[in-house]
Design a protein. Structure first.
Length: 224
């Protein structure tokens, strides 16, 4: 696939590394062209640094890998309001939560992914990759370690299939919680995880363990 990455931070690098290794064609667009070029050089494999507008034009998928408070600026610079992302799967891994506490910061009942959809008319927004730190996608799994599940929400079935492929390419298992009308629920899970982690509690210890299924799940598990 042709993938555009908006952002130059740790998640952009981690997922970019995995996707480039899987053979996808990547371009990096950042607020700083110099930082985008530095990241492209580190990733190698033909990855190029471009302007944000070029990073979204004609791509099979775009990753919005910026902090939640930089979303508006990045989408403006990418021409999202002009419809440049229309028809494109737009992956939203942002966590709009209070640092160290995990309280969601958008207004009551408002989901960040829905705000992004409003800022990028016509884009097929998929919430994904927001529950694990960037290093999850670069470290080798343990011998007996089960792959992590990447839960996602989105309205467009084709976009969900595209993102599911990209999840598998970095060693995850895709699972669809539902459409964007459930995305606030998924975003609040991130607040739950972050809040417990900063309190010194392993979030996994607060979730009941389910025995491994006797048969493997489908390629894209639906949780709805």
């Amino acid at each position: 696939m042709r993938i555009g990455i908006l952002g130059t931070g740790t998640l952009a690098e981690a997922l970019g590394e995995g996707w480039a290794r899987a053979g996808h064609e990547l371009v990096i667009g950042g607020r700083s062209y110099a930082k985008a070029q530095t990241l492209a050089d580190r990733l190698g494999r033909g990855v190029r640094a471009v302007a944000p507008r070029e990073a979204v034009a004609g791509q099979d998928a775009v990753l919005l890998a910026v902090s939640w408070d930089g979303v508006d600026e990045m989408l403006r610079s990418a021409g999202a309001s002009e419809g440049l992302l229309a028809g494109t799967p737009l992956i939203d891994p942002t966590n709009a939560v209070e640092h160290g506490v995990g309280v969601p910061l958008p207004g009551r009942g408002e989901a960040m992914a829905e705000r992004i959809a409003a800022l990028a008319p016509g884009a097929h927004v998929v919430k994904a990759f927001h529950l694990f730190p960037a290093e999850q996608w670069t470290r080798a799994p343990g011998k007996d370690e089960r792959p992590v599940t990447v839960v996602m929400c989105g309205d467009d079935p084709a976009a969900l299939q595209v993102v599911s492929t990209l999840v598998r390419d970095v060693g995850g298992v895709p699972a669809v919680l539902g459409s964007l009308d459930r995305v606030r629920q998924l975003e609040e899970v991130a607040g739950f995880v972050i809040g417990l982690a900063f309190a010194g509690v392993d979030p996994a210890s607060a979730v009941p363990r389910v025995p491994s299924p006797a048969t493997p799940p489908p390629a894209t598990e639906s949780l709805g």
